[in-house]
Ligand binder design. Sequence first.
Ligand code: SAH
Length: 579
Amino acid sequence: MTGLVIVGHGTRSAAGVDQFAALVDRVRRRGDTGDVEGGFIELSRPPLTDAVGALVGRGHRALVALPLVLTGAGHGKGDIPAAMAREQRRHPGLSYRYGRPLGPHPLLHTALEERVDAALAGADRAGTFVALIGRGSTDPDANAEVAKVARLLWEGRGYAGVEPGFISLAEPSVPAVLERLRRLGARRIVVAPYFLFAGVLPDRIVAQSAEFAAAHPDLDVRVAEVIGDCDALADLVRERYAEALGGDIRMNCDTCAYRVLMPGFADKVGRPQRPHDHPDDPVGHHHHHGHDHDHHHQDQGSVAVVGGGPGPDDLITVRAKALLDAADVVVVDRLAPQGLLAGLRPDVLVVDAAKVPRGPSMAQEAINAALVSHAKAGRRVVRLKGGDPYVFGRGHEEVQACVAAGVPVTVVPGVSSAIAAPALAGVPVTHRGVAHDVTVVSGHLPPGHPDSLVDWAALARARGTVVLLMAVDTIAKIAAALIEHGRAPETPVLAVQDAGQPHQRSVPARLDEIGAVAARADIGPPAVFVLGPWSLLRPPGPLTDYSLRAVSGPVTRSSSGSVEAMTPRQAANPTTTIT
Ligand code: SAH
């Protein structure tokens, strides 16, 4: 029989987790839905990946995945399918049929009626209004489902009235719906949470109801239990399982804001559903609170491969900084902006990528493995790199490793030293009428090296700008090769070391002298060499240092300290050094 994985969202409430587990057990004991496992997409144990892993381990290659949600909102439409897609990447060949949300369904309405009755404890229905409180969503269809259930709960059951309300994201709020019922003349109100299991939000319904009751002593306000683990729910799970197996899913997509233009929701139509934060939900904003890693995002970890810019704290992008602020783990390179590490929350784990075991390929494998394992443990990982991650940064190797492991991964481009280091030293890599091309070259392997992929002869023929990275040890050989292939020996070269740092310095030389000049000036990494027609240009005056550091203190500058290393022509035009 086809295996069934029951997928929950996860909760911080231990009682809620127990109720979920009890329901999974109940379904399993009945034995009419095949092999059953339950798992959560975040916050709680076991994670979905364990549940799917167990079923796959027992030989299942086709599953029914049933989202244990009451309405078709973000978790059912987006988050759970995304989590299942990750499982499919993890288990090639795995297929699954997706069940539809549980409600509305008569079994649920009857269960709700029983919870309301229990709260009434014999008091009469005709004198009772019910406030049915849903979770609330930015998806109007999901909110409409709660309104529909409220109406169906009213029909034929003899209550004075049933009004829908929401604990989060949608109106009316709990106090608002209670006030509405009070004005309708209600004397007794049962607040019925339209929730499967205990959790933070049902607790909040209780608290807000108690507050309203305290402010209105003339009202009899009672709160019913959540639906909880029960036979009716197990019956419904079985029904949804059979429905999915039969390929008989009748979703009502006619009022789905992602398919149909609805007034006020034009931003959704035609777009994929995207996970979003619930503003007043502790889950969505977990990273802004002090937190406990063991209870967060059990299988919702992710990796962001982030460019940190050339070094100063304030040459990182806004997006990169936001991801850094939200990170649980930061794996950092030596050339990344170290100053930003001081601003991380004290509980953030900082891994120094330079300290992983020796041997370059080994090191990269160890870094990849660290990214994947932290993400799989549910953490938000930022891989912070110098410059741009895709410019000689091995960023794509890390992205590929994450993709191969089924870990969600994103790339954030950065300000590359290839462009920024020359700029910070006053050299534009292009200029109208002067340089119409710029080539960024790795000098890691010298010309003639069997593994070199660079066409040095072609570079020598080009007329524009060449920026060499990782070339401190090879610059003399590179210069010789370029001259040999026809580049003019007097072509100006500027070595820029520690660009953006207070100790940034730059040393100019002719192409045929740069090797000796750089060695004498003791140019060391990190440095770029920019060669080309840039010497035709001079900054109109001293460059202004707009870095945050400069803003907070006086800006001092001096001309290059290595004028003695310049050729006469260049000495006439010393490069400005910002100190
Ligand atoms: N991804 C990085 C480059 C990594 S390769 C980027 O986009 O900037 C490392 C090389 O970058 C160094 O050898 C050096 O050539 C250059 N580099 C990085 N930071 C630098 C800095 N602040 N000043 C000068 N060169 C730098």
